[in-house]
Write a protein that binds this ligand. Structure first.
Ligand SMILES: Nc1ncnc2c1ncn2[C@@H]1O[C@H](COP(=O)(O)OP(=O)(O)O)[C@@H](O)[C@H]1O
Ligand SMILES: [Mg+2]
Length: 261
């Protein structure tokens, strides 16, 4: 666990009517496994939602349904009031509205850092190359790797690569960014540099869904904690409420395991 001490984003509860991402009664199966069960979740514009829960509880699948890397069996998901498209150009646009940062950095190995951040802007957002490069340099500076532009991903540390991945997501000007355990593959000394970039994004008002075991981050940056177990949302609360007074036995048990190891 890392102790990033930063101030909380202003404004805790935002009315559901302002939901940017809305999941209603979402169900999904993998064969016999009911991996998402009756999921109702509304994420307001500018809100930071941390999703925690035991391994296998469906956190990654939840993220993947939001940018339609996975389809759902029933229910609905809307982004900015529009249902998720299932294919074609609309889907490509959706994918650029919903940024995703994974545990493994997923940068293009044979492209430079700069090219990694330029590519989507030109191909999907149809920006011209000079404009995209200028924007890429600004973003790489913002995440603290501006001096690494001409290197290849393998020449960077894990923490630097993950910050490039964040810059690449930002370059698409997404409406929301999903982070799926973005620091889990990092050496401990690199975790904070990535969390600090995420903290800054949160303060800047980015809408974020963050699957993480970093409880320091959850406490300081989240507006809301969503606890999942066995494909269900078991609890939703502010970080203060959740960490000081978890209501369900599942959450109590989970917290006792991660907070005391
Ligand atoms: N593509 C898939 N096909 C079949 N089962 C899957 C697939 N992806 C995930 N699962 C299963 O779904 C459950 C939830 O997985 P996941 O969403 O990755 O959980 P978490 O991220 O909370 O650890 C697990 O039991 C996992 O094995
Ligand atoms: Mg996962």
């Amino acid at each position: 666990m890392s102790g990033v001490s930063m101030s909380k984003v202003d404004g805790d509860a935002v009315p559901a009517a302002e939901g940017l991402v809305v999941l209603s009664d979402v169900n999904k199966h993998f064969g016999a496994l009911h991996v998402l069960q009756d999921i109702d979740l509304t994420i307001a514009r500018g809100e930071v939602v941390v999703v925690i829960g035991p391994s296998g509880s469906g956190k990654s699948t939840l993220c993947r349904t939001i940018n339609r890397l996975e389809s759902i069996d029933s229910g609905s998901i809307t982004i900015d009031g529009k249902p998720l498209p299932s294919e074609g150009k609309e889907l490509a646009r959706l994918r650029s509205d919903v940024g995703m940062v994974f545990q493994s950095f997923n940068l293009f190995a044979h492209k430079t850092v700069l090219e990694n951040v330029v590519l989507g802007q030109v191909k999907v957002r149809k920006k011209d190359k000079d404009e995209a490069e200028q924007r890429a340099r600004e973003l790489l500076d913002r995440v603290g790797v501006g001096s690494q532009c001409d290197k290849y991903p393998a020449q960077l540390s894990g923490g630097q690569q993950q910050r490039v991945a964040i810059a690449r997501a930002l370059a698409m000007e997404p409406k929301v960014i999903l982070f799926d355990e973005p620091t889990s593959a990092l050496d401990p000394e690199m975790i904070n540099e990535v969390l600090e970039v995420m903290q800054q994004l949160a303060r800047d008002g980015m809408t974020m869904v963050v699957v993480t075991h970093e409880m320091g981050f959850a406490r300081s940056a989240a507006n809301r904690v969503v606890f999942m177990a066995d494909g269900r949302i078991v609890e939703e609360a502010t970080p203060d409420e959740f960490f000081s007074n978890p209501r369900s036995d599942r959450a109590k048990d989970f917290l006792s395991k991660i907070l005391h190891h």
